[in-house]
Structure formats: structure tokens, C-alpha cells
Design a protein around this ligand. Structure first.
Ligand code: VTB
Length: 328
């Protein structure tokens, strides 16, 4: 008889890689019921409730590292909350039960329910502040782009590494006034800019498959929690990412220090934000470029989820038809 050679932790992680699909599916379905109602808070709460309930069914001793906020301001899935059956494997958890609350409330494309699970003590404890980000997909030499280089140089270097003219490069950027100079610099270098109103986790993930998505590079300032979740996804599928917290006030610096951040200027790479093996899952809430949203039928609810595992780099696209509707 073959002996068990797979270590327990790895085996459990392998099982969890499918289990976490249920967690994001449920969160997405709950939020999707509130699509287009103009109530961001209610949609977020619905996703949080479902995600928390499902996480508590997993055989893990999980600690929320990236969550809905500090304990006093977020009653559920707060940073430091322990979830799971608490009997199992110790893990760090990063959640964004409804990434793109506005997208969901307005029923616009791109809202997702997302989650990452990583080895205990390996996720960056990022405060809920801004983070400057740059990301490209796999297959480029290390350092092809750099957070500290001018945007134009990054576009030219990337084009050279890809073997195309800068005109063939497309950068995805959040449509915010703070990005006016960045957008102008990218365009000046000859590249196209694809603007998004929200949803930079998906934005970063788009860079992993430029042939499919048409996006070569992600640039700009977005949420730090979203940065860690995006890093978890890239850790699974490959690519390069560099980030730096935007610590522009004394209050933010103090919050960062409280969360264990010693060097406020530190440039984080994927391996600094997600220091060990991880799993990442996202389910579409509204239809998006990456995932289809939840579809409510008479007898079935359909969901689409992407789930990734860093140990193997496997990416699964799971289209589910749920028939036990009372469970949602
Ligand atoms: C981004 C975006 C998110 O927050 O991280 C953004 O990807 C950053 O904050 O979907 P601002 O909206 O203040 O620019 C979200 O929009 C989610 O809140």
C-alpha cells in the first residue's frame, strides 16, 4: 500500500483549495441579491455575513489579517478575528467579501467576493490606507518595471521586453483625479490607458494573461488591503508586483507602526506581502471582464469562481449551478 507522503498541512491545504470556493460563492450570491439597490452598506453586510458563516465551517484555526476593519469599527470579520472550527490548521486570512461595493450597489461590472488563505504568519498586516502599486504578468525578466521609475520608462521597458512598440501596451489605472499625472505620462509614452472606476484586485489579475485581457500593466494608488489580496493571486499565477504604503500623515504612520510596519518607505514585492503558500478565490457578483456575475434562475443560481493555489500554480474556473436554493 502506498504510504502517505504528502504532509498533513499540504493535504489540508489541497482540500481547502476547493472548500474556499463555497465561501466566496455564498458571499457573492448574498451580495448579488442587493445588486442595483443603491445600498452599498447593505450589500457589503450581506457578503460579510455569508462569508463569515462559511469560513466558520472550515476545518481551520484562522485569523483575519486583512478584514473589514479594526475590531471596534467592524463587528464582523474584523482584523484579529478568529474564524473556522478553530481545531484545524493555523492560517492567515485576507477577505474582501464585496470588492467594489459601489459597483454592486449600482449594478456595474466588476464586483467580486474574494478571499485568500495563507500559511500562519505570512500575510502582510496592511492597514486600511492607500498603497501605490505596479504589477505585470509572468514571463518578464525581474525588475522589468519599478515602482520608483518614471511611468514612461516602465512602459518603454515593458514594451521592449515584450518585443512590441509602446503603442501595443495597455495600462489599467483607477479613474481618480490623483492619477491625472500618471495617466498623462503613460499616454505620453505611447501606451493606451484602460480606466476602471473600482476593482483593482481584478485589475492586477488582468495583467497575468495579457493575451486574453488586453491588459499588460497595472499602475496607481488603491487600497492596501486590496494590494495584499492581489499579491496573493499573483503569487499563485506568477507575475511581478511592487507596492508601497502611502503613509502621508502622522496618524497613518502611527497606525502602520501599530500593525508592525517598521519601515514606512518599504517597497514590498509579492514575496514580502505573501511570504508563504496561499490560496486565492474570487466569485463574480456583477458581470465583469474576469468573471460572470451571479445569475438567479427559477430553479438554479449560477456562479462563476476562479480559485488558485500557489503550491502548484493551478487555476480553476468553476461554473456552479446551485440547486438547494434554501441554503443561500
Ligand atoms: C481601490 C479599488 C476598490 O477602493 O482599491 C479603491 O480597487 C481605492 O480607494 O474597488 P478610493 O475609492 O478612495 O480611490 C475600492 O474602490 C473599494 O473601495
Amino acid at each position: 500500500m502506498a504510504s502517505i507522503t504528502v504532509p498533513h498541512a499540504l493535504m489540508l491545504e489541497r482540500i481547502l483549495s476547493l472548500e474556499i470556493v463555497r465561501v466566496t460563492e455564498r458571499a457573492a450570491v448574498n451580495a448579488a441579491r442587493l445588486r442595483g439597490r443603491g445600498d452599498e452598506k447593505a450589500a457589503d453586510q450581506a457578503a460579510v455575513d455569508a462569508m463569515r458563516r462559511e469560513l466558520n465551517n472550515l476545518p481551520i484555526d484562522g485569523t483575519v489579517v486583512i478584514g473589514e476593519g479594526e475590531m471596534d469599527e467592524a463587528p464582523m470579520l474584523f482584523i484579529g478575528e478568529r474564524v473556522g472550527s478553530k481545531a484545524g490548521f493555523k492560517v492567515d486570512i485576507a477577505v474582501d467579501p464585496l470588492e467594489g461595493t459601489t459597483l454592486c450597489a449600482k449594478n456595474m461590472p466588476g464586483a467580486i467576493a474574494t478571499l485568500a488563505i495563507a500559511e500562519d504568519g505570512t500575510l502582510l498586516h496592511a492597514p486600511d490606507i492607500y498603497m501605490d502599486k505596479i504589477a505585470v504578468g509572468p514571463g518578464y525578466p525581474g525588475g522589468v518595471v519599478d515602482l520608483d521609475a518614471p511611468a514612461g520608462d516602465n512602459i518603454l521597458n515593458l514594451a521592449k521586453a515584450k518585443g512590441v512598440r509602446p503603442h501595443a501596451i495597455t495600462a489599467m489605472i483607477l479613474d481618480r483625479p490623483r492619477h491625472a499625472d500618471l495617466i498623462a505620462a503613460v499616454r505620453k509614452a505611447g501606451a493606451a490607458v484602460s480606466l476602471i472606476t473600482d476593482g483593482d484586485i481584478a485589475g492586477v489579475i488582468h495583467t497575468a494573461e495579457p493575451d486574453k485581457t488586453g491588459i499588460d500593466i497595472y499602475l496607481g494608488i488603491g487600497g492596501a488591503p486590496e494590494g495584499v489580496l492581489a499579491a496573493a493571486a499573483l503569487r499563485c499565477i506568477g507575475g511581478q508586483m511592487q507596492c508601497r504604503l502611502v503613509l502621508d500623515t502622522e496618524e497613518k504612520r502611527a497606525r502602520a507602526v501599530k500593525m508592525g510596519i517598521a519601515d514606512p518607505r518599504r517597497k514590498y514585492r509579492i514575496e514580502d506581502m505573501v511570504r508563504g503558500d496561499c490560496l486565492f478565490a474570487a466569485t463574480g457578483v456583477t458581470d465583469g471582464r474576469m468573471l460572470r456575475g451571479v445569475k438567479f434562475g427559477n430553479r438554479v443560481i449560477e456562479t462563476e469562481t476562479v480559485v488558485m493555489r500557489s503550491v502548484t500554480g493551478t487555476v480553476r474556473w468553476i461554473h456552479a449551478e446551485h440547486r438547494q436554493l434554501e441554503k443561500f
